[in-house]
Design a protein around this ligand. Structure first.
Ligand code: NAP
Length: 248
């Protein structure tokens, strides 16, 4: 059964990692895919072709999610090209990890802009087509770190906690319009973002996870599919942890 047949999904930051996994799973369920990226032009073109080979309409847009007016332009372009936006996944994110004592103002601002302000920018931009369609699903990629905090990630944890408060508020404001908004809190998902980490630390993390492994982009994508589709028609304002039991 294809769960997203006839739907248009916008996924930010899908040139690689979790966003790419989400786009692949959505495409396999029949969704047309508009995705964004920051600088990976070649990867984006190759991924467009990969998605088209699955048999869905797909287009990658170079667009800075942290830029308010760029988000408006992006959604206008997507509505012109695809007709509407049924599902928005606010996935684009970065880390600039360091202890608070060493954290610069730029490191704080950059993470808050790319991770949190982006969710505001894109959500504002998709409200119009979703109101017109009288339905929509918005999914914000938070993190278990937004719930637990993490030494060395004060900027990142604050941005991810902010996304959860934002999610609950949007769910309350737009529920009466049949627009749902939920968050996903992934734990340790093995992507390029985590490749930068010390391998010894990675092994230690795997050992402490009840399911004894890091997650995959597909693990997160399957939960995103649930929240995007009508299977979750009565679910809004929630944060689902996809973390192998890392945070209970
Ligand atoms: P990733 O592999 O580093 O990929 C990040 C994606 O975001 C890339 O497509 C990148 O595009 C894009 N991007 C970065 N800055 C952007 C901007 N300003 N505007 C538009 N796109 C931008 O990251 P990931 O590990 O897949 O993580 C995806 C999301 O899940 C993030 O929000 C992250 O915080 C969250 N998360 C990840 C983990 C984990 O363990 N990996 C755990 C919890 C939460 P380019 O390729 O062009 O740079």
């Amino acid at each position: 059964m294809k769960l997203l047949e006839g739907k248009v999904a916008l996924i930010t930051g899908a040139s690689r990692g979790i966003g790419k996994g989400i786009a692949e799973v959505f495409a396999s369920h029949g969704a047309s895919i508009a995705f964004t990226y920051a600088s990976s032009d070649e990867k984006a073109r190759a991924f467009e072709a990969e998605l088209a080979a699955i048999g869905v309409k797909a287009k990658g847009y170079k667009s800075d999610a942290a830029d308010f007016s760029a988000a408006e332009t992006l959604v206008n372009d997507i509505v012109t090209e695809f007709g509407t936006v049924d599902v928005l996944v606010n996935n684009a994110g970065i880390t600039r990890d360091t202890l608070l004592m060493r954290m610069s103002e730029d490191q704080w601002d950059e993470v808050i802009r790319v991770n949190l302000k982006s969710a505001f920018n894109l959500t504002k931009a998709v409200i119009r087509p979703m109101l017109k369609a009288k339905s929509g699903s918005i999914i914000n990629m938070s993190s278990v770190v937004g719930v637990s905090g993490n030494a060395g990630q004060a900027n990142y944890a604050a941005s991810k906690a902010g996304m959860i408060g934002f999610t609950k508020s949007v769910a309350q404001e737009l529920g009466s319009r049949n627009i749902r908004c939920n968050a996903i809190a992934p734990g340790f998902i093995e992507t390029e973002m985590t490749e930068k980490l010390d391998q010894k630390v990675v092994e230690e993390w795997r050992a402490t996870i009840p399911l004894k492994r890091g997650g995959t982009p597909t693990d997160v994508a399957n939960t995103t599919l649930f929240l995007a589709s009508d299977l979750s028609a009565y679910v809004t304002g929630q944060t689902i942890h996809v973390c192998g039991g890392m945070l209970m």
